[in-house]
Design a protein around this ligand. Structure first.
Ligand SMILES: [Zn+2]
Length: 241
């Protein structure tokens, strides 16, 4: 009996370790996915900055073409001044020249504003690329560490599961079923220590005669309160048998 109880305790210890390992393993894929999302987010910021820069450069090219057209038009108008015949024609031409000159300087102003924007956007894009590269390095190192952690946990799980099979093999089938049944209904521990005469699973006080028999370890006792298997946990805080 005592040997069976020890094997059951060993089984419970293994199951607790397995639960911990499985818990740690479960979180890892989500943590890795989070880190990958962070990289994607940084890449998106870089792409946005680069798109803004490209757009500003395209706008600049367009405005420069507009300016060229306006200057050609202005040259044409000015050359007409030489062949003008009447005062009305002259006045009309002056108005058009003035209008085109105004339009030209507006375009020039816009180009200046755009040049400043391009300068800013270039700096932003360089900074975004640099910071993306830096954080990518850090995050990828974290991911690699988590991958290694996952490998370690998977290996530890395999070893523990093998160990469980070996321990379970030596436990009486009826006891093993009892153990599994309690785990299923309680969700935590099937075996709990009896301390100072109390079941530490449900804190029910056991009759002293039962406590004595549990101490001897000759029989299995299920707690009348919670149904867990009791083993001797001693008297008081450090009262081991
Ligand atoms: Zn109990």
């Amino acid at each position: 009996m005592r040997e069976q109880l020890e094997l059951l305790l060993k089984l419970q210890e293994i199951d607790n370790t397995l639960t911990d390992l499985e818990g740690e393993t479960q979180d890892l894929p989500e943590r890795i996915a989070d880190l990958r999302r962070q990289i994607e987010l940084t890449d998106t910021v870089v792409k946005e900055q680069e798109t803004a820069l490209e757009t500003a450069k395209r706008d600049r090219t367009k405005l420069e073409n507009d300016l060229e057209d306006a200057n050609v038009k202005l040259d044409g108008l000015k050359s007409k001044q030489l062949v003008i015949k009447t005062n009305e024609e002259y006045a009309a031409l002056q108005t058009e020249i003035q209008y085109t000159t105004d339009a030209t300087s507006k375009i020039e102003d816009s180009i200046l504003i755009l040049l400043e924007q391009i300068e800013g956007a270039s700096a932003d894009a360089v900074a975004a690329r640099q910071s993306a590269a830096d954080s990518r390095g850090v995050i990828e190192a974290e991911i690699a560490e988590l991958d290694r952690e996952m490998g370690r946990l998977t290996e530890a799980l395999t070893i523990k599961r093998d160990e469980r099979v070996r321990v379970a093999m030596n436990i009486d089938e009826r006891m093993r079923e009892r153990y599994e049944r309690i785990i299923e209904s309680k969700g935590d521990q099937a075996l709990v220590p009896l301390v100072d005469g109390f079941c530490t699973g449900c804190y029910k006080k056991l009759p002293s005669q039962q406590a004595i028999e549990i101490r001897r370890g000759e029989k299995f006792f299920e707690c009348g309160g919670c149904g867990r298997i009791l083993y001797w946990g001693g008297e008081g805080q450090d009262g081991e048998e």
